[in-house]
Design a binder for this molecule. Structure first.
Ligand code: GDP
Ligand code: MN
Length: 382
């Protein structure tokens, strides 16, 4: 669950992290009018989309006057913004954030992530900014890390060359509190800017919250950036399914995020192209699974459905096959299915697939199923 920049800043400021003053607008006229509420000599207009990389793509513009704010907002709103982090069609800009532009004396990068042991870990670099990600990709040594629990953040930042490390460490401490209290999986501030006064300010912020923990934070529900999802992805969410559309032709129906990633990796390794990533949550009913499968069947690019299910825990094999059977019963287009099922109620599920007369090829191993699916997607025999 990604929070947009302004919602991320709103949340951080509640924990004492300094952010520039700003207001969000949905129309250009509103953007101009809001300038009256912002104390500034110069403004920044920022497209609110889920993806980063906006600065290099025209999604962050300076404006000296309220009327210049209006015209910059006009150029962004309602149009797709394509950045290095979006796909080729970009994300439609529905909101802009109008902020007081700050004078940056030094810019840095910090992020808090969870390490392999789920320990909050600080990533930091004394240089930040729009080119940071590209630089860090080429030179990973630019980023240093420190487990936050029990370590001296100030000394760490000092060692990395942060100016006024004491104030920067205080900001990290506040960000850490926000991270823990809201069960974040990612908090990134780039740039973290130092003003001439020595104060550190979050000029950009990006927060991701653990979707499985959202029920414990009903107050965040309104902050979540649901318009970063396509309508297909949102419908899937409403049906207890995590679905991400991809541009291939093999529809995948999988329970479990790890199995979903492994399945897609195997498909790509075998020369295939997944049409989606899918993770059916353990709470999904067969009706909800049917809805998820329908979303794939409605996509004319999908030439085949690969069903890869490990029954166990709360999703048993026949719950999934029942969902598939419902979807196929209603569908106009019935692409072939390759099924690999294992675990609880597998015999029952196999019986259901054949009794409901689904166009299915049953495989016993994941490797075999993946090869078969790739071959059918390439026009091979069913
Ligand atoms: P991103 O490209 O999507 O990460 O968007 P950012 O919010 O990081 O903005 C891109 C760049 O614009 C930043 O790296 C800064 O260099 C610049 N920028 C944004 N806001 C301000 C500001 O208030 N003052 C100054 N001087 N630069 C800013
Ligand atoms: Mn940024």
């Amino acid at each position: 669950m990604i929070l947009s920049e302004y919602k991320s800043k709103e949340l951080l400021s509640q924990y004492g992290v300094a952010v520039p003053e700003g207001r969000v607008a949905r129309t250009a006229a509103e953007a101009e009018a809001l300038c009256r509420e912002v104390t500034a000599t110069k403004y920044v207009v920022k497209a609110q989309i889920g993806a980063g990389g906006r600065g290099l793509a025209g999604g962050v513009k300076f404006a000296a006057t309220p009327s210049a704010v209006r015209s910059e907002a006009e150029k962004m709103l309602g149009k797709p913004l394509v950045t290095q982090q979006t796909n080729a069609s970009g994300e439609i800009v529905k909101e802009v954030y109008v902020e007081a532009a700050v004078e940056i004396a030094a810019d840095a990068f910090i992020a808090i992530v969870l390490d392999q042991n789920a320990q909050p870990t600080l990533l930091a670099s004394a240089t930040g900014g729009v080119n940071f990600e590209e630089q860090a990709r080429r030179n990973p040594d630019m980023v240093s890390s420190l487990t936050l629990a029990g370590n001296d953040v100030e000394a760490f930042l000092q060692g990395l060359g942060f100016q006024n490390a004491k104030a920067a460490a205080k900001l990290v401490e506040n960000a850490h509190k926000a991270f823990l209290a809201n069960e974040m999986t990612l908090l990134e501030i780039n740039p973290l800017a130092m003003l001439a006064s020595g104060d550190w300010v979050a000029v950009d912020a990006k927060i991701s919250i653990d979707g499985s923990a959202m029920f414990r934070h009903p107050e965040l529900e309104t902050l979540v950036m649901d318009h970063a999802l396509s309508s297909v992805e949102r419908t899937a969410q409403e049906n207890e399914i995590n679905l991400v559309k991809l541009d291939g032709n093999i529809g995948v129906v999988v329970n479990g995020a790890g199995l979903g990633l492994a399945t897609n990796d195997m498909l790509v390794d075998a020369g295939g192209k997944p049409a989606n990533f899918m993770d059916i949550r353990t709470t999904a009913t067969s009706f909800q699974i049917a809805k998820g499968v329908e979303l794939l069947l409605e996509d004319s690019a999908v030439k085949i459905i690969l069903l890869n299910v490990h029954g166990g825990g709360m999703t048993v094999c026949d719950t999934v096959t029942e969902g598939v059977a419902f979807a196929y019963a209603r569908a106009k287009r019935k692409p072939p299915i390759v099924a690999r099922l294992a675990g609880q109620n597998v015999e029952w599920a196999h019986r259901m697939l054949s009794e409901r007369r689904l166009p299915v090829t049953v495989c016993t191993s994941m490797g075999e199923a993946v090869d078969k699916a790739v071959s059918i997607a390439k026009g091979g025999r069913v």
